[in-house]
Ligand binder design. Sequence first.
Ligand code: SF4
Length: 184
Amino acid sequence: MGIEDRFEKSILTTSVDSVFNWARRSSLWWLQFGLACCAIEMISAAMPRYDIAERFGMLYRASPRQADLMIVSGTVTKKMAPVVRQLYDQMSEPKWVISMGSCANIGGPFDTYAVVQGVDQVIPVDVYVPGCPPLPEALYHGVLELQNKVIRYDTIAKKEGSDQAEAFREESRAEAQAALGPRR
Ligand code: SF4
C-alpha cells in the first residue's frame, strides 16, 4: 500500500486562493446604505421572509472598512456620487459592487442634469441587477452571480500590486458594461 492510498480518504489538496475565495464567497459583508426606493427591496431581502443574510452568510455593516460588498440601491445623484466614491475607496480590497435597479444601472427614468446615468461612471460594477425596483429574488440572483465571480477571484493585488488590481477591475467593468448594451 503506497502512502497515497493511506491518505486518500482524509487529505484534500487545494490552493490557498481557492480556500480564501470559498470563504470570501460565503461571507460577503455588505455596506449598509441605500439611496432611494430600491433600498426598500434590499431591506426586504434582508428581513425574515427572504433572509438573504442567513442564507449566504452575509452581514450588513455600518462601516465601509468592515465591508467587502457595496450594493448601490437607488438613484445616484451628482451630489451623492462623490460620497459613493469615497465610501467605495474606504472599503478594503478585495471588494465588489452590485448595482441594483435601473436608476443605479443607467439613471432609470431620471435623464436629468442632477442624476448620474449609471453608477459605473463613478465606481466599477461587478453585477447589474435590472428592474424598477428589482424584487428581492432578483437581488438573490445578483448575489449568486457575484458569488460565481468571487470564487474565481485571482489575488492579483497580492501578486502584482494595487495598480494592476485596479486595471483588472476596469477590464471587468468594461465587460459588465458591454453586457448592459449601448448607453443612452
Ligand atoms: S429603479 Fe425604480 S425603484 Fe429603484 S430607485 Fe429608481 S425609481 Fe426607485
